[in-house]
Design a protein around this ligand. Sequence first.
Ligand SMILES: *Cc1c(COP(=O)(O)O)cnc(C)c1O
Length: 412
Amino acid sequence: MNTSTPTVAFDSSAIRKQFPILQREVYGKSLIYFDNGATAQKPESVIKAIDRYYTLENANIHRGVHHLSQIATEAYETARKTIAAYINSPSSEEVLFTKGTTDGINLVAFSLGETLKAGDEIIISAMEHHSNIVPWQMLCERKSCILKVIPIHQNGELDLDAYSQLLNEKTKLVAVTHISNTLGTINPVKRMIQMAHLVGAKVLIDGAQSIQHQKVDVRDLDCDFFVFSGHKVFGPTGVGILYGKKEILEELPPYQGGGDMIAKVTFEKTTYNELPHKFEAGTPHISGGICLGKAFEFLSELDMDEVAAYEHELLKYAEEQLEQFEGLHIIGTAKNKTSVLSFVVDGIHPFDIGTLLDKQGIAVRTGHHCTQPLMDFYGIPGTVRASFAFYNTKEEIDVFVAALRRTLNIIG
Ligand SMILES: *Cc1c(COP(=O)(O)O)cnc(C)c1O
């Protein structure tokens, strides 16, 4: 394959220029950042917005009558609207700011959990991130509910026959990842949501790995909840989004109590604020929310179908080359995959590979990727994971492949 001319329309070289960190060196080598599954780099527009906020606009929101407070409130609420429009939420009241994916899942586990009773069932899958396992285990402990797990096939696809057998009238919630952070599998969530709704169950989609790779339309999916983290979609850490259907959020009790989430407080009784504020107690990550809005303005300018096609090409290009390494096994070979490339090499610990790649300026992830039950399924301690974003290139993959060859020659 010709390495210099991508066959898709997407122009990553122009995009790369907007990410200042990609120009830096590590150990005297050009940085090659293949750890996008853990966190994504930030475009200049987001970085500048953080600076601008603290230089010119910093104030608390929703409270002050003064000028700065009004500017900050307006910017924060504009960000909410930008994000709501991007995911095609029917309204911005259904878009709640959280601390991230983990926080959003814990919110639902608590608030929806309050409405569950002993014997109710929750379904997750064998490829979930710990964030989408542990909160449900805690809920099951608290409410004596039952946790069921959709098994997977060896190639990293969900066993949908088993899923349909797990669903029944006791199923209250299905919480499943849109795309696996470890395997790259794109799950057929639209169909899974339809199946869950047929038995009256609600569905939470963990979108932490999907919204940066493909267009997400919550109305088309018809999911009841959709969660993701700001830092994986080119925005700041410490901020994320929980989308929830209005009629469900209105019925649920609040998660945390405090300022901003109340309508009126007396010592006898407190009434709660309306959506979205009912679920947003305390001073939020104001600059984080505003800058997450900037990240979505940036994303809005991209054609996500082109992005997905380009990233798929990167994945295929890297896979073809890695398949030629003796003793190397790709973990996660689903038909429908995003640009996540996990692998193990016979007799070599993933950590050693990651350490030597790092010395050559290449950032990959090694370990269990917060999916220990999935590692147990494959009988491995962890993988080396290269996860690509649209600012990565085939040239970088060439450098990575050569570095991997050197690494395996040294320690193999
Ligand atoms: C990263 C990730 C999470 C957790 O996100 P945080 O930002 O750490 O809260 C959950 N699920 C998946 C699939 C992830 O990739």
